[in-house]
Write a protein that binds this ligand. Structure first.
Ligand SMILES: *Cc1c(COP(=O)(O)O)cnc(C)c1O
Length: 356
């Protein structure tokens, strides 16, 4: 394994003092990980350096053609003062799936996890300790060739930055109102929907903005071809409980394979519940809602873990879910998953990685 050089900052920043006001993505730690790719040399020069802006040529290809990928994961501080990561192998495997689609050279997954561990340990004093807070980890790779022409890059940077983030639900899990989007689409099969790449999020901004203005928190995305089948909610995967079946859309190339999603599926199955990964049409959900068989709906993702849905609006159809309150399965999943992540509950699946 390549050795990671560490240059510590001489000017540590003031850490945010009020952990109840951290929010999400507002603060960054003292250090960052950086590594270069140059054709012929491969990935080289791994280093942890003081957090600072990159110097980029104005012709850098990432700025023009969006050849970039990223990941999102967290480090959790346990009550005993330990530090846990949650399934980092899954994030790094997914990063390479994104790399493959974007013509970005593969990274060494084990090495990337080692780099993340070392970076988190260098900045461990930044991991907040209040209930529900964590250190968000953002690995990302972008093309830096100075070349205004479309082709796969020969020069790239792999970096990791860290951000202390607040509890997503300081006042308990609050179900949100969701707008079913039938004008814009996020991704199509054959596109990049199964990868974490900036373009997917740029494509989602307009719909999100319009939903926001109409008083909705997120949009529910339908498939890009028939506009019938449910895909994701905002930047989360989505689950519906209809009768005694828990349903989440199958991964068919336009949906991101969430680590939270796969963990929810495993936990639900371990409880003996019926879980289906299949096509689910918005009509089926609307019918179930009308017949009183739609029990719960929730989004799943690293940031919020579980985000209960209290209402869906599809054209003129308004579907209140569980009286706008969080349902028992959503609550139990949230408690279980966060319990494992913060080291408060047993980890029967062996998902957490102790780095301290
Ligand atoms: C990151 C992301 C998710 C959730 O993935 P997790 O690994 O659970 O955080 C779902 N959908 C989209 C579009 C995402 O970007």
């Amino acid at each position: 394994m390549q050795e990671i050089k560490i240059e510590r900052t001489k000017n540590p920043k003031q850490k945010p003092t009020d952990q109840s006001k951290l929010g999400f993505g507002n603060y960054y730690t003292d250090h960052m990980f950086v590594m270069n790719y140059d054709e012929g040399e491969g990935w080289h020069n791994p280093r942890i350096v003081p957090y600072a802006p990159f110097e980029l040529d104005p012709a850098a290809m990432c700025l023009h053609y969006g050849q970039e990928v990223f990941e999102g994961m967290k480090a959790y501080r346990t009550e005993q003062g330990g530090i846990l990561l949650f399934r980092p192998d899954r994030n790094m495997a997914r990063l390479n799936v994104s790399n493959e689609r974007l013509c970005i050279p593969q990274i060494d997954e084990e090495f990337a996890i080692e780099a993340i561990k070392q970076l988190v340990l260098v900045d461990e004093d930044w991991i907040p300790t209040a209930e529900g807070t964590s250190l968000y980890i953002r690995p990302f790779i972008f093309a830096v060739d100075a070349h205004v022409g479309v082709h796969p890059a020969k020069h790239l940077i792999f970096s990791v930055i860290l951000s202390p983030v607040g509890a997503y639900y300081p006042e308990g899990l609050n179900p949100v109102k969701i707008y079913v989007e039938n004008n814009y689409v996020r991704a199509v099969k054959g596109g990049m929907g199964f990868t974490k790449t900036g373009g997917n999020y740029a494509a989602s901004l307009k719909a999100q903005d319009e939903a926001d203005k109409a008083g909705y928190t997120q949009v529910l995305w339908l498939d890009g071809v028939e506009r019938k089948y449910i895909e994701e909610v905002g930047t989360m995967n989505v689950f519906f409980v209809i009768d005694d079946e828990v349903i989440t859309p199958a991964l068919q190339g336009s949906i991101l394979s969430g680590v939270t999603r796969m963990s929810c599926i495993d936990i639900l199955k371990s409880w003996g519940m019926k879980v289906s990964e299949r096509r689910l049409s918005i009509q089926e959900v609307a019918d179930a809602a009308k017949e009183g068989r739609l029990k719960e709906a929730f989004g799943s993702g690293t940031a919020a873990v579980i985000s209960p849905i209290g209402e869906l609006k599809w054209g003129d159809v308004v579907m209140p879910i569980n009286n706008g309150e969080i349902g028992p399965i959503s609550q139990k999943l949230y408690d279980n998953l966060t319990g494992i992540q913060w080291g408060k509950l047993d980890d029967p699946f062996g998902w957490t990685v102790k780095i301290k």
